[in-house]
Write a new protein. Sequence first.
Length: 105
Amino acid sequence: MPKVKPMKKAIDFDTYISRRLEDAQFKSRYEAYGKQLEIAYQVLQLRKQRRMSQADLARKLGTTQSNVARIEAGRQNLGTHTLFQIANAFGKDLKVEFVSKNNIR
């Protein structure tokens, strides 16, 4: 009969993240990815408000539907050129702003 390995004690995700955020490099990457997800969510919301499909947006951007899916999932690191294209596709202006780190969540 095979031996059963004992299970490790489960750790609460918030506790895990709190501990990992003590590492400056991890914290920097974690915060950067959070910002990337915020942009992805905004793109998704704009597309839905306009009742556009991912394929519709892709055509406006000159890219593929799968690329739009990656953008909306936060798996695409977007440069300013692409952000300008997205803003233009929605008839919006793009505003980039530098703020004090104290004002960031």
